[in-house]
Design a binder for this molecule. Structure first.
Ligand code: OOG
Ligand code: MG
Length: 261
């Protein structure tokens, strides 16, 4: 795939994000043969375009790390993308559906490292040793594709549907919790919509960070200390509509909430 094609595909998803407009997935017509490797090149170009516009990377995110998400999205492999500074919403804050295309929310467990992690061969134990804090988080995903319908290369090229992140304020040392048995409930206007436990994320959320380090090592990149890392949805994602008050509780890790208008 030549540089022109990479630019064309990055522009295609980037414009859709800016204009809050659904597009037909890349693999439907534009470029059916898009491979996973090529899709990451498109993502890199999209990330570069955002950086050139003055946006800053907050941290990496993993996606499709749980059975619930694999089933819901009909794709079956972990992927990564990036959260940018203009996507951050404060805990207890308000978002407007009109700022997105068709937003959904999903609960996640976040990590902040005290040391960089460089693959290959990184294990969950390495991750836990290198972790400064774990924290509760919500991700707002907003696939630029019609009906959230995509293949793995499509969603990679679309920066893995990244659109928003809300970080909870509780920071815990990793050894004070068993993250795999941290329970999570997501309620909207007092009604429980989804539930899960940390183990839903590749058996333990630390496995997700290890996987990220090992995937990034293929590009000779590492997971950096100090950046918040999202490990992937614990439950399936829930559609948001105006009037929703979203409240997510995490066993031993506090809660995170926001309002939708
Ligand atoms: C892709 C993004 C997946 C996760 O946590 O699984 C993701 C999507 O579902 O649109 O962020
Ligand atoms: Mg996610």
């Amino acid at each position: 795939m030549d540089k022109e094609r990479i630019k064309q595909l990055a522009n295609y998803v980037h414009h859709a994000e800016k204009e809050k407009r659904e597009i037909v997935k890349i693999t439907a017509e534009l470029y059916p043969e898009l491979s996973i490797e090529e899709a990451y090149l498109v993502q890199e170009e999209l990330v570069q375009q955002k950086l050139e516009e003055g946006k800053k990377i907050v941290g990496p995110k993993m996606g499709i790390t749980s059975e619930a998400k694999m089933k819901q999205m009909n794709v079956d492999n972990p992927i990564y993308g990036y959260v940018f500074d203009d996507m951050i919403v404060e805990d207890g804050g308000t978002i407007s559906v009109s700022d997105y295309i068709h937003p959904k929310v999903e609960p996640e467990i976040g990590f902040i490292l005290k040391e960089d992690l460089e693959g290959p061969g990184v294990t969950a134990l390495d991750v836990l040793r290198a972790t400064e804090y774990v924290f509760p988080a919500l991700e707002i995903i907003d696939s630029r594709y019609e009906n959230f319908n995509f293949t793995l290369p499509d969603v990679i090229a679309d920066n893995t549907s990244a659109a928003g992140a809300i970080f909870g304020t509780v920071l815990k040392r990793p050894e004070t919790l068993e993250l795999d048995v941290v329970g999570v409930t997501l309620s909207i206007n007092g009604e429980m919509k989804a539930l899960g436990a940390g183990a839903a994320v590749l058996g333990h959320p630390a496995n997700s960070v290890a996987r990220l380090a090992n995937m990034l090592s293929e590009k000779e990149e590492k997971v950096k200390a100090g950046q918040p890392i999202l490990t992937g949805g614990v439950t399936s994602a829930v559609h948001l509509t105006p009037g929703d008050y979203v409240h997510v509780k995490y066993g031993g890790l506090g809660d995170v909430s926001f309002l939708v208008t």
